[in-house]
Design a protein around this ligand. Structure first.
Ligand SMILES: Cc1cc2nc3c(=O)[nH]c(=O)nc-3n(C[C@H](O)[C@H](O)[C@H](O)COP(=O)(O)O)c2cc1C
Length: 458
């Protein structure tokens, strides 16, 4: 379907928020070099260890059981999802130097799981998050190509550089790379993988490794695994603009998504690529109910389950860098200074340069001004908030249509707040509404992940 089949943006009645963001004609509403397809593709992100999936309800599954993965992927395939993603965490997450006891324990190996899931599915893409900081390029490229061959062209690689310094201790080289070095390294890593996939002689001598190899597997049905990228710093965006097929972004509001699209279009054009060949899927949490009032209530219920008193204190401890257990979660934010002056350089872009002292002071002021307790403040800062993708079935469908029409996003990568049933209402109630509105496929477009994402052939 093309945009020509839609009414004009003005005829379709844009919301005031969207109308403000439009800077061009219908064909290029947000950037002169970008033509919206008006279509959305969904992925599901099985993150496992995170702070938004609720593992303690009676209906919660088991984070490592086969049944959780199989049920979820079958639901996603019923909803014509383009992709099933697995997150990567190779070591227990740490909190103040010790394993974080509020996490569920561990994530099974993504490639082993996806190979098994390939056998019980037919159309859905299988995407493994794999970091470039600790893996070896030829070894990883070979395993991903194996998955692509086994699944007849449904494999994807979510390229991350990883902000977890502690993960390095699992590996022979130990340690970690500085933030700036991680992307230089990642780019060389992906070039080696691409040479391998093309069946070329690989000869790379870099700062961190030397490798001589020869591609030894045939091309898959889609040529090579689809390259996703997650990491939104300027260096991460440039890397994605040069390298990725799809960006898994953290920008969920309409204004942030439009700004991110503009930034990526500019960087893609500067890299000499067609901006239409880089898709953007923001990560999203979706909370739905038949009516707005029921949705409001459900959002509060979900958020309260996600962030209890212990999680609220732990969140602040990450920024204060010290034990805050003596503070009352129902009381005001701690009036003590943080113990770290600057956060570690291995953290991601969100916190990398933020001075903890300044941030914690700002937070104290903000919470005091709003009259929020620790618990209320933590709930407002994380988890399910009243966002773009929460509300009644119709309201969320209408919002998504607007995102699609503007070309702000090419779809969503959905993190279910409950596993394995967290996609049920999306597939049963939201997707039919998106299909009726003409922005979501009623059948898989092709047999490969590349085709189902509307990407050009390689
Ligand atoms: C949406 C999203 C998902 C991510 N998922 C993972 C993951 O599963 N495993 C991981 O090690 N890092 C993950 N990362 C972190 C990236 O590896 C990266 O280290 C981090 O975002 C810092 O890079 P940046 O400064 O460019 O944002 C993710 C990042 C984003 C934005």
């Amino acid at each position: 379907m093309t945009t020509a089949q839609f009414p004009t943006l003005a005829e379709s009645g844009l919301s005031p928020e969207a109308a403000e963001l439009v800077t061009g004609p219908d064909e290029h509403p947000i950037h002169p070099e970008h033509t919206p397809t008006g279509q959305l593709a969904f992925g599901v992100f099985f993150q496992g260890v995170n702070s938004s999936t609720i593992w303690r309800l009676p209906s919660s599954g088991d984070q490592v059981a086969w049944e959780s993965f199989e049920t979820l992927i079958r639901t996603a395939e019923r909803g014509k999802f383009a992709a099933f993603f697995l997150g990567e965490g190779l070591r227990l997450r740490e909190h103040r130097g010790v394993p974080f006891e509020l996490d569920v324990a561990g994530r099974p190996d993504a490639q082993t799981l996806l190979a098994a899931l390939a056998a019980v599915t037919k159309d859905i893409g299988l995407v493994a998050t794999q970091n470039t900081t600790y893996n070896d390029p030829v070894d990883l490229a070979r395993r991903l190509q194996t998955l692509d061959l086994l699944s007849a062209g449904r494999a994807g690689w979510n390229i991350v550089t990883t902000d977890n310094a502690w993960t390095g201790e699992n590996f022979r080289r130990g340690g970690y790379l500085d933030h700036a070095d991680r992307y230089t390294h990642a780019e060389a890593f992906v070039q080696v993988a691409e040479q391998y996939w093309r069946g070329e002689q690989v000869a790379h001598d870099g700062a961190h490794y030397s490798v001589r190899a020869q591609g030894d597997l045939p091309r898959s049905a889609q040529g090579r695994p689809v390259l996703f990228q997650a990491g939104a710093s300027p260096a991460g965006q440039d890397f994605a603009a040069r390298t990725a097929d799809v960006i898994f972004s953290p920008h969920g509001s309409l204004a942030a998504a439009v700004e991110f699209r503009r930034s990526i279009v500019e960087r893609t054009v500067a890299a000499g690529r067609d901006p239409g060949s880089v898709k953007i899927l923001p990560g999203a949490e979706i909370v739905l109910a038949p009516t707005e009032a029921e949705a409001e209530e459900k959002i509060r219920w979900v958020r309260d389950l996600q962030i209890g008193p212990e999680q609220a204190i732990a969140l602040l401890e990450q920024y204060w860098g010290r034990d805050l257990s003596e503070f009352d979660p129902e009381g005001p934010l701690p009036d003590v200074p943080p113990e770290v002056v600057e956060s570690g350089v291995t953290r991601g872009s969100g916190f990398q340069f933020a001075k903890a002292e300044e941030l914690t002071r700002q937070w104290r002021e903000e919470a005091a001004q709003k009259g929020q307790s620790i618990l209320e403040f933590a709930r407002a800062k994380s988890g399910s908030r009243r966002g773009a993708f929460t509300g009644s079935y119709d309201a969320v469908a209408d919002r998504l249509v607007e995102f699609a029409r503007l070309g702000a996003i090419d779809g969503l990568n959905i993190t279910p707040w409950l596993i394995p049933s967290g996609l049920d209402d999306i597939v049963d109630h939201l997707i039919p509404r998106l299909q009726e509105r003409g922005v979501y496929p009623t059948e898989y477009a092709g047999s490969t992940l590349r085709e189902n994402l509307g990407l050009p052939p390689v």
